[in-house]
Design a protein around this ligand. Structure first.
Ligand code: ADP
Length: 578
């Protein structure tokens, strides 16, 4: 398509450069009394050629442009898809790393409005080729008609290229600064306006805080653009001055050669046109070349993002079938970029089929323990072994299949309820009976069949105005159904039942425990009554496991943390009941 566009553009230039000269020479010949019939028919032929070239040039360029526009959308989608795919596949810890988040914004901006994507870059390359063709044509004409003007054009252009290059450097520096600012600005302007934050933003009347911050970062963005304009404008002025000199010298010299009779009027017209074409082409080559390098360096940010290395080591050992024993050996951990350890010297053995309850105050490190076990992060010191093998040695994709986890901040997606439960499975692989079973076990089935389209009802309204909004408790039941459906050998519930009343929670844990049966299970819960039916309880405190044992052992321990917590909660329920 770019070749067709090039042919169209070259035809257009031919019409502008050569045909006016031929026409002017014919008109001058007629006005000087030459043979009218021959010169008139020549003049008519040149006019017809001009119109024909114009028409054909426009048709070719229009066809090419409309196809390029269509292909642009297609190619841009592919790039955006790759960006999202990389974001989904990259290690979890990157999702909260500010450098990676900034890089994502740079990558996105770089391939969207800064570089114009693949077509933006190819267009620049096309400009380089087109301007080269124009330059060669203009230089050939100059060498033939007025060779002395060539050095003037080239020196002028040298200066203009230099000024352009300086200006692009300023623009690139601004672009790199804008990556972070756009992300922060976007957070206050778009993310916070989303439904996820809707309730808190309204009830805590945070609009002033939000708009204040959006204003602040918006202002910093505007400042960066202003600095960029101020930084580049002086180079634009300098280019204009050089250009004025170049034009003046050219016109003076061409006029002189025409008066002296070395050039016809037609030649003069063509040379003036060629002078401006040569300037345009040299300028175009300089601009499109610096544009090309600049756009490539913007788009390069996209490649940097795609090439972000894995944060976690990836082994390739296969996970064995059957029973699985988990061992934490002197595990200590601090979050990336954090100074403080969150867990220190954690040692625990969870036998195959064991049901473990984890308790502890907020911030004690319970969720972190689960994140380490699921390999969302790697331990800082020590080892986690499953079946005697360091979990780093396993193929990470296979390893994660061992777990069915419900986190406290689990997410449901704007898919049908059925697809949410059978997450990750193609429609044809979903066993509806098993989905129903999982919903029955979590206690959501009765509500689900009342929905307009039963299990096929979409959650949320993003895709479907008839989509449903589940209550907090129903959402938790849906998330629990998802874990049940997965049928993985190790089941983890990280306090996903906070929105349920104590009885419903107790009921779910009890059912869950029966259902999980011979599988290993880890439960984190603040309601200690749900720990009773677990084989062991681990109490997290002071960054480690402070107490470990059965409910009966721990509850009778003098001055024990668990015993105290249990007594406090029992008292609350006794008081509440009386
Ligand atoms: P719990 O589940 O027991 O409430 P967490 O494991 O969530 O505790 O958190 C333990 C500690 O780790 C807390 O001090 C918390 O602030 C810190 N923490 C949790 N997540 C992160 C994170 N992504 N980056 C840095 N610190 C974190």
């Amino acid at each position: 398509m770019y070749l067709i566009k090039l042919i169209g553009a070259v035809l257009g230039e031919f019409k502008l450069l050569l045909l006016p000269k031929l026409l002017v020479d014919e008109v001058v010949a007629i006005s000087e009394g030459a043979d009218l019939s021959q010169h008139l028919s020549n003049a008519i032929l040149y006019i017809a050629l001009t119109l024909g070239a114009e028409f054909l040039s426009n048709v070719l360029q229009n066809i090419a442009n409309s196809t390029i526009n269509y292909e642009k959308v297609y190619l841009d989608r592919i790039l955006t898809y790759r960006l999202s795919q990389k974001s989904m596949e990259m290690d979890f810890q990157y999702t909260e790393d500010p450098d990676v988040l900034d890089q994502r914004t740079k990558a996105q901006d770089g391939i969207e409005w800064y570089s114009g994507g693949v077509t933006g870059i190819i267009s620049c390359f096309y400009d380089v080729v087109f301007n080269l063709a124009l330059m060669v044509t203009s230089v050939t004409l100059f060498m033939f008609y007025c060779p002395l003007l060539l050095p003037v054009q080239i020196i002028g252009m040298g200066f203009i290229c230099f000024f352009n290059f300086q200006s692009q450097k300023v623009a690139l520096a601004a672009f790199l600064r804008l990556g972070k600012l756009n992300r922060l600005f976007g957070y206050y302007l778009y993310d916070v306006a989303s439904q996820k934050y809707g309730k808190d933003a309204r009830l805590y009347d945070s609009s002033e805080l939000m708009s204040g911050n959006a204003g602040k970062f918006g202002g910093m963005t505007v400042d960066t653009f202003r600095d960029q304009s101020v930084g580049t404008v002086k180079f634009d002025y300098a280019g204009n001055v050089v250009n004025a000199f170049r034009d003046g010298i050219s016109y003076f010299y061409l006029g002189y050669r025409t008066i002296k009779g070395f050039l016809t009027l037609g030649d003069l017209t063509m040379c003036i046109s060629a002078a401006s074409r040569l300037y345009q082409s040299l300028l175009g080559i300089g601009r499109s070349f610096t544009n090309l390098t600049q756009k490539c360096s913007y788009a390069y940010q996209f490649l940097v993002y795609l090439d972000y290395p894995d944060a976690l080591y990836r082994g390739d050992t296969k996970v064995k079938e059957g029973e699985h024993e988990i061992v934490f050996e002197n595990v200590s951990f601090k979050y990336p970029r954090a100074e403080e350890y969150v867990l220190e010297n954690v040692n625990i053995r969870i036998k195959s089929g064991e049901h473990l309850s984890i308790v502890g105050l907020n911030g004690a490190g319970k969720t972190t323990f689960i994140k380490l076990l699921c390999r969302l992060y790697d331990v800082t010191e020590g080892r986690i072994l499953i079946d005697g093998v360091d979990i780093k040695e396993y193929s990470i994709e296979e390893y994660r299949k061992l777990f069915a986890v419900v986190f406290q901040d689990f997410q449901l997606f704007a898919f049908s309820l059925k697809d949410n439960v059978a997450m990750g499975k193609a429609d044809s692989d979903i066993d509806e009976k098993e989905v129903e079973e999982a919903l029955k076990l979590s206690g959501l089935y009765e509500d689900a069949i009342q929905l307009d389209e039963g299990l096929n009802t979409r959650l949320f309204k993003s895709f479907d105005e008839h989509g449903t909004e589940l209550s907090g408790g129903q959402k938790q039941k849906a998330a629990i159904s998802r874990a049940l459906y997965r049928n993985a050998p190790i089941v983890i519930l990280d306090e996903p039942t906070a929105a349920l009343d104590p009885l419903a929670e107790y009921d779910i844990y009890k059912k869950f425990d029966t259902l999980v049966g011979g599988k290993s299970a880890i439960y984190i819960s603040h309601r200690l009554s749900s720990c009773k039916f677990c084989d062991h309880i681990a109490v997290f405190s002071d960054k480690t496991i402070k107490e470990y044992g059965t409910h009966d052992e721990l509850v009778s321990k003098e001055n024990g943390i668990y015993a105290e917590m249990f007594a406090a909660q029992s008292q609350y329920y006794v008081e509440a009941a009386s």
